[in-house]
Design a binder for this molecule. Sequence first.
Ligand code: ADP
Length: 371
Amino acid sequence: MVALESAELFRNLRPDEVRALRQVALEREYAAGQEIFREGDRGDGVYVVKSGTVEISGLLNQTTRRNFSQIKPGGMFGEMAVIEHRPRSASATAISDTIVYFIPRGEMLHLIERSPGLALSLLQQISQRLRDFNQLFLSEVVQAERLAVIGRFARSIVHDLKNPLNIIGITAEVASMPNAPAEMRAQASSRIRKQVERINELVGEILLFTQGDQSTAVLVPVNFAEFITQVVEEMRHETELKSVKVELAAPPPAVKILLDPKRLRRVFFNLSHNATDAMPEGGKIILRFDADDAGVITEVEDTGSGIAPEILDRLFEAFATHGKSHGTGLGLSICKKIVEDHGGRIWARNEPGRGAVFAFVLPLAKPGKIS
Ligand code: ADP
């Protein structure tokens, strides 16, 4: 049981103010489960719990009610509608046998006008409530966003795994028919191998993506020119099957860079896969480099149709995909993570009249040039 003057709100009152408060405060009793006020009621006064517990709840929609908070002895409720002179926006219900002090609106406003201490306490309590509410709201938004991401992730994985699994299933069935000719079996075997590769690639991307913020890059000093020569050779193996040529605008700079070759190679392959996707009829990938004292900028340009404006500002976000039936939207977000794990930055632009350009900068390892 809390005496009126010991309630948080009235703690700073002078004795004469406490006397005035006592004269206007009314005691009201509510049985467990009884409603004190509900949405839409007049904001006719402020309540302070003397004993018992009051639950504040609000309607989320026409049928769903949500509990916001429980007010224990000494706590206040119902102040907002009084200050704003608007109808109640929430309901208050006694959840155990409860006694409250009720201070009618007119008297409460009168007291506030005369007592700066009371006005300050009221402000402090409202401010505290806003803070608590913000915290609750933020954690719920974060939780909802997390669930939405997991949902999108799961949908995207299921969608991407279903296709190759279906192809494997059908192909295996055809190949295992007793009268299947040897040629058909060979074709089936290569088709299945290709689909298994696709699944492997996808699983690899998911693993990379789920490694999250935990940086797994192992950086060693590497001659950038040698690294690029090797990567370009591997890229050409893949792209020539799709009538895409890989060209170097100029020889790569022979500078020393701290990098994780396996992971950085992934950036080149993801960019090259995307460029190839953007050039279904074939085309060119042009690699360009620009080195200064701070680092090396690598540009990967293609002769495709350019980046669609719909995706331009979400390009490096996970699951942002556009215009592809098999897109996971993970490729560029993985590139971004890898480049950032190398202390670099990645960006993209459309080159007017030409295709897309993806560029990233990597810092030089000291002391710089390899002689
Ligand atoms: P995904 O390729 O699985 O969709 P990414 O993150 O690799 O995911 O790419 C996101 C989107 O960016 C692609 O769906 C595509 O719309 C666009 N994009 C990426 N690279 C290029 C490119 N070289 N040319 C045109 N659009 C591109």
